[in-house]
Ligand binder design. Structure first.
Ligand code: ZN
Ligand code: ZN
Length: 162
């Protein structure tokens, strides 16, 4: 009988030891699973952060490009405006006349009937209106020596053919 009891005791000890082992195994597996999940979560977060950083960088780049483009357009416009104003300055210097083109309404009664307007007209210095197109010539007008009519250079050329 004592031998039987000893055997049962040993079996019970072995069973307890097995259960302890299994329990330890389960605990270590659970810990490994938690560690793996934490790692995966960290990787996902890292990826999301990286993606957000890339998107932010892309947006910043696009904004910068838009600013550069707007600046290029502004510069091109400014260059055109400057060229235009230089042209006008050159025109006014040449003709002493402010913006004769496009023409204002014609003053048809400016022409004196019967005058053929000879070819050569002397300059008449001073700010005066062109009798033909009505524009203000700030430097000088040309004057017909016969009928005394005043004209800007383009109108004089139109009247006399040169
Ligand atoms: Zn004349
Ligand atoms: Zn004129």
């Amino acid at each position: 009988m004592a031998e039987e009891a000893a055997k049962r005791e040993k079996e019970a000890q072995q069973k307890a030891a097995r259960e302890r082992e299994e329990s330890a195994e389960r605990r270590s597996q659970a810990a490994a699973k938690r560690a793996r999940e934490a790692q995966e979560q960290a990787a996902r977060e890292r990826l999301a952060r990286q993606l957000m950083a890339e998107q932010a960088a892309q947006k910043a780049k696009e904004a910068e490009e838009a600013i550069l483009e707007a600046e290029a357009i502004r510069q091109a416009m400014a260059e055109i405006a400057e060229r235009m104003s230089k042209l006008w300055v050159a025109y006014e210097k040449e003709f002493g006349c402010k913006k004769a083109w496009p023409r204002a309404g014609r003053k048809s009664d400016a022409q004196v009937p019967g005058c053929t307007h000879r070819m050569w007209w002397p300059r008449r210095y001073g700010s005066e209106e062109c009798h033909f197109c009505g524009r203000l010539c700030s430097l000088y007008t040309l004057r017909c020596p016969d009928c005394d009519v005043r004209a800007c250079i383009p109108c004089k050329i139109e009247q006399t053919g040169m």
